[in-house]
Design a protein around this ligand. Structure first.
Ligand SMILES: Cc1cc2nc3c(=O)[nH]c(=O)nc-3n(C[C@H](O)[C@H](O)[C@H](O)COP(=O)(O)OP(=O)(O)OC[C@H]3O[C@@H](n4cnc5c(N)ncnc54)[C@H](O)[C@@H]3O)c2cc1C
Length: 337
Protein backbone atom coordinates (compact mmCIF):
# COMPACT_ATOMS: atom_id res chain seq x y z
CA UNK A 1 0.00 0.00 0.00
CA UNK A 2 1.33 3.41 -0.92
CA UNK A 3 1.33 6.49 1.22
CA UNK A 4 -0.85 9.40 0.13
CA UNK A 5 0.82 12.71 -0.75
CA UNK A 6 1.54 15.03 2.18
CA UNK A 7 4.15 17.57 3.15
CA UNK A 8 6.71 16.35 5.67
CA UNK A 9 8.42 18.74 7.99
CA UNK A 10 11.86 18.48 9.42
CA UNK A 11 11.26 21.21 12.03
CA UNK A 12 13.90 20.80 14.70
CA UNK A 13 12.66 23.21 17.37
CA UNK A 14 9.55 22.96 19.52
CA UNK A 15 8.34 26.55 18.84
CA UNK A 16 8.42 25.80 15.10
CA UNK A 17 6.27 22.70 15.64
CA UNK A 18 3.76 24.61 17.76
CA UNK A 19 3.45 27.35 15.18
CA UNK A 20 2.96 24.79 12.38
CA UNK A 21 0.24 23.07 14.44
CA UNK A 22 -1.41 26.45 14.91
CA UNK A 23 -1.24 27.21 11.21
CA UNK A 24 -2.43 23.84 9.88
CA UNK A 25 -4.81 22.86 12.72
CA UNK A 26 -6.66 19.59 11.78
CA UNK A 27 -4.65 19.35 8.57
CA UNK A 28 -1.44 18.55 10.45
CA UNK A 29 -0.60 15.30 12.26
CA UNK A 30 2.22 14.59 14.69
CA UNK A 31 4.42 11.58 14.20
CA UNK A 32 6.38 9.96 17.03
CA UNK A 33 7.76 6.69 15.67
CA UNK A 34 5.03 6.46 13.03
CA UNK A 35 4.42 2.77 13.81
CA UNK A 36 0.69 3.38 14.16
CA UNK A 37 0.43 6.53 12.07
CA UNK A 38 2.04 5.23 8.88
CA UNK A 39 -0.31 2.22 8.52
CA UNK A 40 -3.24 4.60 9.18
CA UNK A 41 -1.99 6.93 6.42
CA UNK A 42 -1.58 4.02 4.04
CA UNK A 43 -5.15 2.99 4.69
CA UNK A 44 -6.29 6.58 4.10
CA UNK A 45 -7.79 6.72 7.59
CA UNK A 46 -6.13 10.12 7.81
CA UNK A 47 -5.38 12.50 4.96
CA UNK A 48 -3.21 15.25 6.46
CA UNK A 49 -1.64 18.08 4.48
CA UNK A 50 1.37 18.03 6.80
CA UNK A 51 3.16 15.34 8.85
CA UNK A 52 5.36 16.71 11.63
CA UNK A 53 8.10 14.29 12.63
CA UNK A 54 8.98 14.70 16.31
CA UNK A 55 12.02 12.42 16.05
CA UNK A 56 13.82 15.38 14.52
CA UNK A 57 13.53 17.32 17.77
CA UNK A 58 16.36 16.02 19.97
CA UNK A 59 15.37 18.14 23.00
CA UNK A 60 12.16 16.08 23.27
CA UNK A 61 14.05 12.81 23.68
CA UNK A 62 14.71 12.41 27.39
CA UNK A 63 13.75 10.53 30.54
CA UNK A 64 14.81 12.40 33.65
CA UNK A 65 14.08 12.72 37.34
CA UNK A 66 12.89 16.16 38.33
CA UNK A 67 12.01 16.55 42.03
CA UNK A 68 9.07 14.25 42.85
CA UNK A 69 8.54 13.32 39.17
CA UNK A 70 10.05 11.28 36.40
CA UNK A 71 9.56 13.09 33.07
CA UNK A 72 9.41 11.35 29.72
CA UNK A 73 9.78 13.54 26.62
CA UNK A 74 7.59 13.11 23.54
CA UNK A 75 10.45 11.70 21.46
CA UNK A 76 11.58 9.15 24.10
CA UNK A 77 11.27 5.69 22.57
CA UNK A 78 9.83 2.53 24.09
CA UNK A 79 13.35 1.17 24.28
CA UNK A 80 14.45 4.30 26.18
CA UNK A 81 11.67 3.51 28.68
CA UNK A 82 12.64 -0.17 28.95
CA UNK A 83 16.27 0.65 29.64
CA UNK A 84 15.69 3.59 32.00
CA UNK A 85 16.91 2.91 35.56
CA UNK A 86 14.37 5.28 37.11
CA UNK A 87 11.42 3.71 35.27
CA UNK A 88 12.65 0.22 36.12
CA UNK A 89 13.01 1.11 39.80
CA UNK A 90 9.71 2.89 40.34
CA UNK A 91 7.19 1.81 37.71
CA UNK A 92 7.13 -1.98 37.10
CA UNK A 93 3.60 -1.93 35.63
CA UNK A 94 4.81 0.48 32.95
CA UNK A 95 7.87 -1.64 32.16
CA UNK A 96 5.70 -4.76 31.76
CA UNK A 97 3.17 -2.92 29.61
CA UNK A 98 5.81 -1.41 27.32
CA UNK A 99 7.62 -4.76 27.01
CA UNK A 100 4.37 -6.24 25.70
CA UNK A 101 3.78 -3.63 22.97
CA UNK A 102 3.87 -5.11 19.47
CA UNK A 103 7.22 -6.78 19.12
CA UNK A 104 10.85 -6.06 19.93
CA UNK A 105 11.30 -4.60 16.45
CA UNK A 106 8.65 -1.95 17.20
CA UNK A 107 10.07 -1.19 20.64
CA UNK A 108 13.59 -0.87 19.26
CA UNK A 109 12.55 1.08 16.17
CA UNK A 110 11.37 4.58 16.99
CA UNK A 111 7.97 3.96 18.59
CA UNK A 112 7.47 6.38 21.47
CA UNK A 113 5.59 6.16 24.77
CA UNK A 114 3.69 9.35 24.00
CA UNK A 115 2.65 7.90 20.61
CA UNK A 116 1.48 4.80 22.47
CA UNK A 117 -0.58 6.82 24.93
CA UNK A 118 -2.07 8.88 22.08
CA UNK A 119 -2.97 5.79 20.07
CA UNK A 120 -6.14 6.27 18.08
CA UNK A 121 -9.05 3.94 18.81
CA UNK A 122 -9.31 0.88 16.58
CA UNK A 123 -12.05 -1.33 15.15
CA UNK A 124 -12.03 -4.27 12.77
CA UNK A 125 -14.54 -2.42 10.58
CA UNK A 126 -12.50 0.78 10.48
CA UNK A 127 -8.81 -0.24 10.45
CA UNK A 128 -9.05 -1.62 6.94
CA UNK A 129 -7.84 -0.52 3.52
CA UNK A 130 -9.69 2.16 1.61
CA UNK A 131 -10.77 -0.52 -0.89
CA UNK A 132 -12.22 -2.76 1.87
CA UNK A 133 -14.09 0.16 3.42
CA UNK A 134 -15.41 1.37 0.06
CA UNK A 135 -17.87 -1.56 0.06
CA UNK A 136 -19.66 -0.18 3.11
CA UNK A 137 -21.21 3.11 4.14
CA UNK A 138 -18.89 5.22 6.31
CA UNK A 139 -19.14 4.39 10.01
CA UNK A 140 -19.26 6.98 12.81
CA UNK A 141 -15.47 7.02 13.03
CA UNK A 142 -15.22 7.74 9.29
CA UNK A 143 -17.73 10.60 9.55
CA UNK A 144 -20.87 8.53 8.80
CA UNK A 145 -23.97 7.63 10.79
CA UNK A 146 -23.62 3.94 11.55
CA UNK A 147 -21.61 1.43 13.58
CA UNK A 148 -20.97 -2.02 12.11
CA UNK A 149 -19.70 -3.45 15.38
CA UNK A 150 -23.08 -3.27 17.04
CA UNK A 151 -26.47 -3.86 15.50
CA UNK A 152 -28.39 -0.57 15.45
CA UNK A 153 -25.44 0.91 17.33
CA UNK A 154 -25.92 4.57 18.08
CA UNK A 155 -22.33 5.53 18.72
CA UNK A 156 -18.81 4.68 17.66
CA UNK A 157 -17.62 1.56 19.49
CA UNK A 158 -13.98 1.67 18.37
CA UNK A 159 -11.59 0.54 21.09
CA UNK A 160 -8.60 2.09 22.83
CA UNK A 161 -5.94 -0.64 22.77
CA UNK A 162 -2.80 0.99 24.11
CA UNK A 163 -0.93 -1.16 26.63
CA UNK A 164 0.94 1.82 28.05
CA UNK A 165 -2.27 3.82 28.55
CA UNK A 166 -3.65 1.45 31.19
CA UNK A 167 -0.37 1.36 33.12
CA UNK A 168 -0.03 5.15 33.04
CA UNK A 169 -3.55 5.47 34.42
CA UNK A 170 -2.69 3.37 37.46
CA UNK A 171 0.47 5.44 38.01
CA UNK A 172 -1.55 8.69 38.19
CA UNK A 173 0.52 10.00 35.30
CA UNK A 174 -0.07 13.42 33.80
CA UNK A 175 0.68 14.93 30.42
CA UNK A 176 2.25 18.28 29.70
CA UNK A 177 0.34 19.81 26.79
CA UNK A 178 1.62 22.82 24.85
CA UNK A 179 0.43 25.08 22.04
CA UNK A 180 1.28 28.60 20.86
CA UNK A 181 -1.40 29.85 23.25
CA UNK A 182 0.18 28.35 26.38
CA UNK A 183 0.55 25.11 28.28
CA UNK A 184 -1.39 22.94 30.71
CA UNK A 185 -0.92 19.78 32.75
CA UNK A 186 -3.69 17.19 32.40
CA UNK A 187 -3.99 13.98 34.46
CA UNK A 188 -4.06 11.01 32.06
CA UNK A 189 -7.40 10.15 33.68
CA UNK A 190 -8.83 13.39 32.21
CA UNK A 191 -7.23 13.11 28.78
CA UNK A 192 -9.94 10.95 27.20
CA UNK A 193 -13.37 11.90 25.87
CA UNK A 194 -14.62 8.29 25.99
CA UNK A 195 -15.90 8.80 22.42
CA UNK A 196 -14.46 6.56 19.73
CA UNK A 197 -14.65 9.20 16.96
CA UNK A 198 -12.43 11.66 18.80
CA UNK A 199 -10.79 9.93 21.76
CA UNK A 200 -8.69 12.80 23.17
CA UNK A 201 -9.58 16.14 24.71
CA UNK A 202 -6.79 17.98 22.89
CA UNK A 203 -7.27 20.96 20.56
CA UNK A 204 -5.82 20.56 17.03
CA UNK A 205 -3.15 23.15 17.85
CA UNK A 206 -2.01 21.28 20.99
CA UNK A 207 0.56 18.53 21.45
CA UNK A 208 1.80 16.41 24.33
CA UNK A 209 5.39 17.42 25.04
CA UNK A 210 6.02 15.08 28.00
CA UNK A 211 4.55 12.53 30.38
CA UNK A 212 4.95 13.20 34.11
CA UNK A 213 5.11 10.29 36.54
CA UNK A 214 4.87 11.01 40.29
CA UNK A 215 7.45 8.94 42.14
CA UNK A 216 5.74 6.78 44.79
CA UNK A 217 6.46 7.88 48.35
CA UNK A 218 6.25 4.46 50.03
CA UNK A 219 6.89 0.92 48.84
CA UNK A 220 5.02 0.43 45.58
CA UNK A 221 4.55 -2.49 43.21
CA UNK A 222 2.72 -3.09 39.99
CA UNK A 223 1.93 -5.46 37.18
CA UNK A 224 0.49 -5.50 33.67
CA UNK A 225 -1.24 -8.58 32.29
CA UNK A 226 -2.23 -8.85 28.66
CA UNK A 227 -4.54 -11.18 26.77
CA UNK A 228 -3.76 -11.47 23.06
CA UNK A 229 -3.86 -14.09 20.36
CA UNK A 230 -0.10 -14.35 19.79
CA UNK A 231 2.63 -13.67 22.30
CA UNK A 232 4.05 -10.91 20.07
CA UNK A 233 2.69 -8.31 17.63
CA UNK A 234 -0.93 -8.42 18.78
CA UNK A 235 -2.76 -5.57 20.45
CA UNK A 236 -4.49 -6.42 23.75
CA UNK A 237 -7.92 -8.06 23.65
CA UNK A 238 -7.99 -7.20 27.34
CA UNK A 239 -5.13 -5.62 29.26
CA UNK A 240 -5.12 -5.11 33.04
CA UNK A 241 -2.69 -2.93 34.97
CA UNK A 242 -2.50 -2.83 38.76
CA UNK A 243 -0.41 -0.57 40.99
CA UNK A 244 -0.40 -0.77 44.79
CA UNK A 245 1.36 1.16 47.53
CA UNK A 246 1.82 -0.79 50.76
CA UNK A 247 1.35 0.78 54.16
CA UNK A 248 4.40 1.20 56.41
CA UNK A 249 4.06 -2.03 58.41
CA UNK A 250 2.95 -4.00 55.32
CA UNK A 251 -0.36 -5.02 56.88
CA UNK A 252 -2.28 -3.80 53.88
CA UNK A 253 -2.28 -1.31 51.02
CA UNK A 254 -2.53 2.43 51.29
CA UNK A 255 -3.56 2.88 47.65
CA UNK A 256 -4.53 0.42 44.95
CA UNK A 257 -5.43 1.18 41.35
CA UNK A 258 -6.67 -1.16 38.64
CA UNK A 259 -7.11 -0.09 35.01
CA UNK A 260 -8.22 -1.94 31.89
CA UNK A 261 -7.46 -1.41 28.23
CA UNK A 262 -8.97 -3.00 25.12
CA UNK A 263 -12.51 -2.93 26.45
CA UNK A 264 -13.79 0.58 25.71
CA UNK A 265 -12.99 3.78 23.77
CA UNK A 266 -10.75 4.90 26.65
CA UNK A 267 -8.73 3.08 29.30
CA UNK A 268 -10.93 2.42 32.33
CA UNK A 269 -9.92 3.03 35.91
CA UNK A 270 -11.89 0.61 38.09
CA UNK A 271 -12.16 2.84 41.13
CA UNK A 272 -14.32 0.48 43.20
CA UNK A 273 -11.74 -2.30 42.93
CA UNK A 274 -9.06 -0.02 44.39
CA UNK A 275 -11.30 1.14 47.23
CA UNK A 276 -12.23 -2.48 48.02
CA UNK A 277 -8.59 -3.58 48.19
CA UNK A 278 -7.58 -0.71 50.46
CA UNK A 279 -10.44 -1.58 52.82
CA UNK A 280 -10.14 -5.36 52.82
CA UNK A 281 -6.69 -6.60 51.83
CA UNK A 282 -4.70 -7.87 54.79
CA UNK A 283 -2.03 -10.52 54.11
CA UNK A 284 -2.04 -11.53 57.81
CA UNK A 285 -5.44 -13.14 57.21
CA UNK A 286 -3.74 -15.84 55.14
CA UNK A 287 -3.65 -16.82 51.48
CA UNK A 288 -7.25 -18.07 51.25
CA UNK A 289 -8.73 -14.84 52.62
CA UNK A 290 -6.41 -12.76 50.40
CA UNK A 291 -7.51 -14.79 47.40
CA UNK A 292 -11.18 -14.05 48.20
CA UNK A 293 -10.49 -10.32 48.57
CA UNK A 294 -8.65 -10.20 45.23
CA UNK A 295 -11.37 -12.25 43.50
CA UNK A 296 -13.98 -9.76 44.69
CA UNK A 297 -11.91 -6.82 43.37
CA UNK A 298 -11.69 -8.59 40.01
CA UNK A 299 -15.43 -9.23 40.03
CA UNK A 300 -15.98 -5.50 40.56
CA UNK A 301 -13.96 -4.92 37.38
CA UNK A 302 -16.31 -7.20 35.47
CA UNK A 303 -19.39 -5.52 36.91
CA UNK A 304 -18.12 -2.06 35.98
CA UNK A 305 -17.30 -3.06 32.40
CA UNK A 306 -20.39 -5.12 31.62
CA UNK A 307 -21.63 -2.63 29.03
CA UNK A 308 -18.44 -2.13 27.10
CA UNK A 309 -17.04 -4.94 24.95
CA UNK A 310 -18.67 -5.60 21.57
CA UNK A 311 -17.50 -7.83 18.71
CA UNK A 312 -15.08 -5.39 17.13
CA UNK A 313 -11.44 -6.29 17.71
CA UNK A 314 -11.06 -9.95 16.90
CA UNK A 315 -12.33 -11.96 19.87
CA UNK A 316 -16.00 -12.14 20.75
CA UNK A 317 -17.41 -9.69 23.25
CA UNK A 318 -18.54 -12.62 25.43
CA UNK A 319 -15.01 -14.04 25.60
CA UNK A 320 -13.44 -10.65 26.38
CA UNK A 321 -16.06 -10.00 29.05
CA UNK A 322 -15.29 -13.36 30.62
CA UNK A 323 -11.57 -12.65 30.59
CA UNK A 324 -11.82 -9.23 32.25
CA UNK A 325 -11.96 -10.58 35.84
CA UNK A 326 -9.31 -13.19 35.00
CA UNK A 327 -6.83 -10.57 33.77
CA UNK A 328 -7.76 -8.21 36.61
CA UNK A 329 -7.16 -10.95 39.18
CA UNK A 330 -3.80 -11.84 37.65
CA UNK A 331 -2.67 -8.21 37.62
CA UNK A 332 -3.70 -7.54 41.23
CA UNK A 333 -2.21 -10.82 42.48
CA UNK A 334 1.11 -10.18 40.71
CA UNK A 335 1.25 -6.61 42.05
CA UNK A 336 0.55 -7.72 45.64
CA UNK A 337 3.05 -10.58 45.43
C1 LIG B 1 2.24 -4.76 13.95
C2 LIG B 1 1.91 -3.77 15.04
C3 LIG B 1 1.64 -4.24 16.32
C4 LIG B 1 1.34 -3.34 17.34
N1 LIG B 1 1.05 -3.84 18.58
C5 LIG B 1 0.75 -2.99 19.59
C6 LIG B 1 0.46 -3.49 20.87
O1 LIG B 1 0.52 -4.69 21.13
N2 LIG B 1 0.13 -2.61 21.85
C7 LIG B 1 0.08 -1.27 21.61
O2 LIG B 1 -0.22 -0.52 22.55
N3 LIG B 1 0.38 -0.77 20.39
C8 LIG B 1 0.72 -1.58 19.37
N4 LIG B 1 1.01 -1.08 18.13
C9 LIG B 1 0.86 0.35 17.87
C10 LIG B 1 2.15 1.17 17.98
O3 LIG B 1 3.23 0.51 17.40
C11 LIG B 1 2.52 1.52 19.42
O4 LIG B 1 1.38 1.92 20.13
C12 LIG B 1 3.58 2.61 19.48
O5 LIG B 1 4.01 2.81 20.79
C13 LIG B 1 3.08 3.94 18.94
O6 LIG B 1 4.11 4.88 19.09
P1 LIG B 1 4.61 5.75 17.85
O7 LIG B 1 5.61 6.72 18.40
O8 LIG B 1 5.07 4.94 16.72
O9 LIG B 1 3.27 6.50 17.49
P2 LIG B 1 2.86 7.18 16.11
O10 LIG B 1 2.43 6.14 15.15
O11 LIG B 1 3.91 8.13 15.66
O12 LIG B 1 1.60 8.03 16.62
C14 LIG B 1 0.45 7.42 17.16
C15 LIG B 1 -0.60 8.52 17.40
O13 LIG B 1 -0.14 9.42 18.41
C16 LIG B 1 -0.16 10.75 17.91
N5 LIG B 1 0.97 11.45 18.52
C17 LIG B 1 2.27 11.10 18.46
N6 LIG B 1 3.02 11.94 19.18
C18 LIG B 1 2.17 12.86 19.71
C19 LIG B 1 2.34 13.99 20.57
N7 LIG B 1 3.54 14.36 21.00
N8 LIG B 1 1.24 14.70 20.94
C20 LIG B 1 0.02 14.33 20.50
N9 LIG B 1 -0.21 13.26 19.70
C21 LIG B 1 0.86 12.54 19.31
C22 LIG B 1 -0.03 10.61 16.41
O14 LIG B 1 -0.51 11.75 15.72
C23 LIG B 1 -0.85 9.37 16.15
O15 LIG B 1 -2.22 9.67 16.11
C24 LIG B 1 1.32 -1.94 17.09
C25 LIG B 1 1.64 -1.48 15.78
C26 LIG B 1 1.91 -2.39 14.80
C27 LIG B 1 2.25 -1.86 13.41
Amino acid sequence: MRLPYFDYTTATRLPEVLSLLNEYQEEAVLMGGGTDLIPALKRRLLKPRLVIDLAKIPVLRYIRMDGPMVKIGAAATLNDVLTSDSIRSYFPALIQAVASIGAVSIQHHRATLVGNLMLNTRCQYYNQSQFWRSGKAPCFKAGGQTCFAEERGEKCRSVYQSDGGAALLTLTAMVHVQSVNGERIIPVADLFTGQGEKPFKLEPSEMVTEILLPIPVGVAAGSYQKLRFRSAIDYPLVGAAATVEFNKDKTGVETARLALTGVSSAPLLIRQAGVWLVKNYNPAQGPEASHQVIAEAARLAMAETQLYPVDNIGATAAYRQKMIPVMARRAITAALN
